[in-house]
Design a protein around this ligand. Structure first.
Ligand code: GLU
Length: 514
């Protein structure tokens, strides 16, 4: 592609960014980077009634957390700014005036009450009211009124909007990179409002003007904007501008496949639909992937495959690999089913990739806080080298950082009681005798590495014909408190001989007391 690739993500700051919006941002980012282009963030905030404080910061934070920062946008002007539409307000009127002058737009003075009445009349005849060629000659606008009347109304300050004059009867062919050619009959289009009485452009006008002024080469956005494509293409034509190329991404469906995944679905169905936690001004909290312990790599990988596939069996992709392989032509047309379990699968994979020392650093505050809480101590410092070894042992069983604690709490706190069901099975009459011998054995080992411990204990079991279960089950229970955890010899080695002996003794006392 010799063309200078410039794409934009153009959210409206009306609340937190839904996961569908995040995917749109990601696909824009991947496409831009693949073609050495620019990824632009444009804040579409012309509808001030829907503006939500904090939403823009949330969008920027989300992109940064995911590792897909914008190249141009608010605070990063590359000569095409400002990037907030509210700061470009002064620009749009000129463009709607241009359309009036060229006969592609007109003033409309109909009040909302009048339009409402009209709508009801149509509905009573089971028809739909569309403001367009078939009735605009009978409505209150600069096409039906005399020019004096129009000038009068404007000069006395009557409310008006500016509408696009869509062509009466024409078949236009729209091209979409993902969907191919789409033919639309302009008869069915309504004369959309381009400019509102509050002096603000509508989404349609501002979007086209900005895409043109910002030299956007490709518009990559959600399928919900496909119905607006005809109007957008007609607007480009009316201005005499070359349109960008378009790609409309498939919808993201609920996990069961029926219906669009909505903002409300997540917390209802038990998974986040937002990248970061969001607190609305009323104080309600919606959960986010970050706060739920997900790694950005997992979220990016999951989203990349939600509507796109590389045409191979590969499922794990780093961001660099995605940039390399992403292709708009391989984006699907049909809706993509959201799969929260698959996201966990990605998360498990990416947690395994984290270097043990780094993982130990991330886990340390969690482990220390939990241990402190349970031991009722003011501080619980954990030896770093030991933590690295613990993390290495537990990692495979963990999907989230928090799971490391669930899996390995016993490394930090000695069990005081034992899982009842397991105790019934493992603690037998001869267990105190067996455990006491194991304890002595453990205390006699010099080289306290798992291999040496294993060799010694296993050798003793075989020599005394005890049977493995009879020894290993009560031993694990004594050390862990339940039947979980990694290899017993690894546990013993990490606990050290004294701690192991003390835990064994505690179990012996417990059995004896019964
Ligand atoms: N502001 C629109 C939105 O919130 C942008 C649509 C587009 O990308 O053209 O999704």
């Amino acid at each position: 592609m010799a063309q200078n690739i410039r794409v934009r993500f153009a959210p409206s700051p009306t609340g937190p960014l839904h996961i569908g919006g995040v995917r749109t941002a990601l696909y824009n980012y991947l496409f831009a980077k693949k073609h050495q282009g620019s990824f632009i963030l444009r804040i579409e905030d012309t509808d001030r009634s829907r503006y939500v404080q904090g939403a823009e910061e949330y969008i920027v934070d989300s992109l940064n957390w995911l590792g897909i920062p914008f190249d141009e946008g608010p605070g990063k002007d590359a000569g095409f700014g400002p990037y907030r539409q509210s700061e470009r307000k002064h620009l749009y009127k000129e463009y709607s005036d241009m359309l009036i002058a060229s006969g592609n737009a007109y003033y409309a003075f109909d009040s909302s009450e009048e339009l409402e009445k009209m709508r009801e009349e149509y509905e009573s005849k089971s028809e739909t009211f569309i403001y367009n060629w078939h009735n605009r000659g009978r409505l209150k606008n600069s096409l039906s009124l005399s020019s004096d009347d129009v000038v009068n109304r404007i000069s006395r300050g009557d409310h008006y909007v500016i509408r696009f004059k869509s062509p009466h009867s024409e078949s236009i062919v729209l091209n979409d990179i993902i969907r191919g050619n789409i033919t639309v009959d302009t008869q069915l289009l309504d004369d959309k409002v381009l400019f509102k009485s509050d002096g603000m452009p509508t989404y349609h006008l501002a979007n086209i003007v900005d895409d043109h002024l910002m030299k956007i080469s490709h518009v990559i956005r959600g399928e919900e904007w496909l119905p607006s494509l005809a109007l957008h293409v007609l607007l480009y034509r009316a201005f005499g501008w070359e349109p960008p190329q378009f790609a409309h991404l498939p919808l993201i469906m609920k996990p069961e496949g029926k219906g669009k995944l909505s903002k409300r679905d997540g917390d209802k169905m038990g998974f986040p639909v937002f990248p970061l936690e969001w607190k609305n001004p009323e104080g309600d909290v919606s959960s986010g992937y970050r706060e739920n312990g997900y790694l950005p790599e997992a979220v990016v990988n999951m989203l990349a495959l939600l509507g796109w596939n590389p045409g191979t069996e590969q499922e794990w992709f780093s961001l660099t690999e995605l940039v390399d392989q992403f292709d708009l032509e391989r984006v699907h047309k049909s809706g993509a089913k959201f799969d929260p379990e698959k996201t966990k699968w990605f998360q498990h994979h990416y947690l395994q990739q984290i270097d043990n020392a780094l993982l130990a650093n991330q886990f340390a505050p969690i482990a220390e806080a939990r241990a402190q809480e349970l031991l009722n101590e003011s501080s619980a410092e954990i030896d770093n080298q030991k933590l690295i070894k613990i993390v290495a042992l537990l990692k495979e069983r963990a999907t989230f950082l928090e799971d490391l604690w669930e899996q390995g709490d016993f490394f930090f706190i000695a069990p005081t009681c034992y899982d009842e069901k397991a105790a019934k099975k493992a603690f037998k009459e001869d267990s105190p005798m067996i455990l006491s011998q194991v304890k002595n054995l453990v205390l006699s080992i010099d080289d306290f590495v798992p291999e040496a411990i294993s060799k010694k204990i296993k050798g003793w079991i075989v020599a005394n014909d005890h049977g493995f279960g009879k020894v290993m089950m009560p031993l694990r229970l004594a050390l862990v408190g339940e039947m979980k955890g990694p290899d017993v010899f690894d546990i013993i080695s990490l606990l050290g001989s004294e701690e192991t002996a003390s835990r064994i003794q505690h179990a012996i006392d417990h059995i004896d007391q019964k």
